[in-house]
Design a protein around this ligand. Structure first.
Ligand code: TRP
Length: 336
């Protein structure tokens, strides 16, 4: 039986928030404790170019995301933990895959279509206004990330599912033309806890500016939790847990028994202010030890850099020989 290889990338924009933690970091660290399966987690820094980020912000985000995974206990002896830009084979493969990718396939990418639609709706003459080639061929870079390490399972949010399917299409086409080379990946979409709501009740996302940073200092964390949107029910009035951002966040951190106790408190009419205070204390206690480690790492970037370097060296033991094989398959060969 062949064992699964899990791989996922984190775009280096922004600081990790509790939605990232619940949806990706915590399940990733948990899953990687299974020593019978392979695990690849990487910082997708070249992907952040599609959005034209401020150069200094990319570095800061890389540091913060890497420090978060390390502080939360990722076992980097087992899991491969690296930065995309440290693996030049990924970019080489990206170009090779360009030759296997129908432009029509990219035209159908949701993220590209959304940009075009925004232009059309905004009455722009050029439907491709502001669309860079990095945005357009973003799914090909992502396919290279995935195929480079023969991953079988790619845990992602619903919004990335189509990209994984595109990677599969591209791999199939390559295999058809040049012989079995790539392993066909499959998207793995998390179910219940995967999507947390943010301060305003919409999906917690950097693009909505409604996030709670995972390692916000205590005071800031309290302040943000106090801002979470509730309704106008008074203390003593029974409250519904369905559609309550406060409850959802609590539940994402708590044990089932603790969540049941909070559900009871809702039914008994707990005041919103008191519930917020309780949520703050709960999360704060939960996160405190990791936060101390995180702060230590962020103030000592050389330690994080060394870890990523080690990860890249291990990953390249795989990518260098594999890319040589791929180049040979397509006819990029030495003469004689
Ligand atoms: N595009 C993904 C996102 O925005 C991040 C990503 C880059 C990724 N490369 C990947 C995810 C490879 C899974 C596999 O969330």
């Amino acid at each position: 039986m062949t064992q699964d290889t899990f791989l996922t990338g984190i775009t280096t924009t922004g600081t990790p928030h509790i939605g990232n933690y619940v949806g990706a970091i915590r399940p990733g660290i948990e899953a990687s404790k299974d020593l019978d399966t392979g695990h690849f987690y990487f910082l997708a820094d070249y992907h952040s170019l599609a959005k034209n980020e401020d150069p200094d912000k990319i570095g800061q985000s890389t540091l913060e995301i890497a420090a978060a995974w390390m502080a939360l206990g990722l076992d980097t002896e087992h899991a491969y933990f690296y930065r995309q830009s440290d693996i030049p084979e990924i970019l080489e493969l990206t170009w090779i895959l360009h030759g296997m990718t129908a432009k029509g396939l990219m035209n159908r990418a949701h993220s590209y279509k959304a940009s075009v639609q925004a232009n059309v709706e905004g009455g722009d003459k050029d439907p491709d206004k502001g669309v860079t080639m990095a945005l357009f061929s973003y799914p090909i870079l992502m396919a290279a990330d995935i195929l480079m390490f023969k991953s079988t399972k790619v845990p992602v949010g619903q919004d990335q599912k189509q990209h994984v399917e595109m990677a599969r299409d591209i791999a199939q086409r390559f295999n058809h033309n040049y012989g079995e080379t790539f392993v066909l990946p499959e998207a793995l979409i998390g179910e219940d806890t995967a999507v947390l709501k943010g301060l305003d009740g919409r999906k917690m996302s950097k693009s909505y500016n409604n996030t709670i940073p995972l390692f916000a200092p205590e005071k800031k964390l309290r302040k943000l939790i106090m801002k979470i949107k509730t309704n106008s029910l008074e203390p003593g009035e029974p409250k519904d847990t369905a559609d309550s951002t406060l409850f959802d966040i609590y539940k994402a951190f708590a044990t089932p028994a603790e969540a049941a106790a909070v559900a009871q408190a809702f039914a008994d009419g707990i005041a919103w202010g008191q519930m917020k205070q309780q949520l703050f204390e709960y999360i704060n206690d939960h996160i405190k030890p990791a936060r101390e480690e995180y702060e230590r790492l962020v103030s000592d970037p050389a330690v994080v850099e060394a870890e990523l370097k080690k990860g890249a060296e291990r990953a390249r033991e795989l990518s260098v020989p594999y890319l040589a094989q791929i180049r040979d398959a397509i006819g990029i060969r030495k003469l004689g």
